[in-house]
Design a protein around this ligand. Structure first.
Ligand SMILES: [Zn+2]
Length: 349
């Protein structure tokens, strides 16, 4: 065992008045963890009595339908076009997926991919084909941009539903090409490069093999991908992580690998939907183009988002995560793995 999954249990205690007029000492445990790659801190806390409260999003779905720019009757009139070298008719289509420039770009090359013709698709109802086509359209876009300058990352994200940051209810991915992929990925690249130099092995290979051996957070694996939960997750109910062995970017994934990824995603998203989760974030973490990057394997995180208190629209993002960069989990990655594993094993097996 070479990776360190550091955890420390602490007890917070207080005195609680009891029915007899006395005081009862109560001790509650929290667990502090560090990410095995970055050393970033996170904790398991605040979980006593936690229940998932399904949120009702029907009002947002209905009120957004009439003027939705991504619905088929409007999308070709109101969305911009790519220059012809990138797409001869200005947009890239794969099945139901339609890719076009983002009117609010994140960088020089920044596009949106609508995933479905339907205005609203519940988490339980996405098909493998819809997700594979959306990812396939993004892949075609990145290939059309090639050769990208050295150090460019091909990034794909998905904010599903307004609670997860979406500005439209209609399901859509973002794809952008940038040499500034965000602080977390930059840090992961630095750390995995130095891990490779020191140990002569890929951190990601070590992670998959160690997690497979331990089993607590390992979910399943297919021919192209390994699925686990993150030891330090960013979601309060824990994240799903996907690792693509020996692959550095979406562009390198075969159709078969993308279909396997979509199959796992559909399964995980359906599982969360059945739990009552109605929002999530997804991000791909590629290696940069044109660099020796055997130390970095393409990976993804699927992070469910919830209301702590739907009745008052209580967000799951507090000062801890937002300002102190300290994620906390009320459901452990091990508990999520135990519940999600059978469905993923069946889907990918
Ligand atoms: Zn729509």
């Amino acid at each position: 065992m070479t990776l360190r999954f550091a955890r420390e249990v602490r007890t917070g205690s207080y005195l609680m008045p009891d029915a007899k007029g006395g005081l009862q000492e109560v001790g509650l445990t929290v667990e502090l963890r560090r990410d095995p790659l970055t050393g970033r801190s996170g904790r398991l806390a605040h979980f006593q009595g936690f229940h998932l409260h399904p949120a009702d999003i029907s009002e947002a779905v209905e009120s957004s339908r009439e003027r939705c720019p991504f619905c088929p009757e409007r999308v070709l009139q109101v969305t911009p076009l790519l220059p012809s070298p990138l797409a001869p008719d200005g947009r890239i289509r794969h099945g139901e997926a339609l890719l076009f420039p983002n009117i609010s770009p994140y960088d020089r090359h920044s596009v949106v991919v609508t995933l479905t013709r339907e205005h609203f698709v519940a988490p339980q109802s996405f098909t493998t084909t819809q997700l594979a086509d959306g990812l396939g359209a993004a892949r075609q876009y990145f290939l059309a941009l090639a050769p990208a300058p050295r150090g460019t990352y091909s990034l794909v994200t998905w904010n599903y539903m307004p609670l997860a940051g979406a500005t439209q209810v209609h399901a859509h991915l973002q794809a952008f090409s940038s040499d500034r992929p965000g602080g977390l990925l930059e840090e992961e690249m630095r750390r995995s490069r130095s891990f490779f130099r020191r140990r002569g092995r890929t951190f990601w290979e070590e992670l998959v093999s160690q997690e497979r051996a331990v089993g607590q957070r390992f979910l399943a694996e297919g021919r192209h991908s390994a699925w686990l939960t993150s030891f330090v997750s960013r979601s309060v109910i824990s994240d799903v992580m996907v690792v693509f062995p020996h692959r550095q970017s979406l562009e390198e994934l075969s159709r078969d690998a993308i279909e396997e990824f979509a199959t796992g995603l559909v399964t995980a998203v359906r599982f969360f939907g059945e739990e009552g989760v109605v929002a999530f974030n997804l991000a791909l973490y590629p290696a940069p183009q044109g660099e020796s990057s055997e130390h970095a394997w393409l990976h993804a995180r699927l992070s469910p988002r919830i209301y702590f208190m739907p009745s008052i629209r209580g967000s799951d993002t507090t000062s801890w995560q937002h300002l102190l960069d300290e994620p906390f989990m009320v459901r452990s990655p091990e508990a999520l793995a135990e519940r999600l594993r059978p469905a993923l094993e069946a889907a990918l097996g």
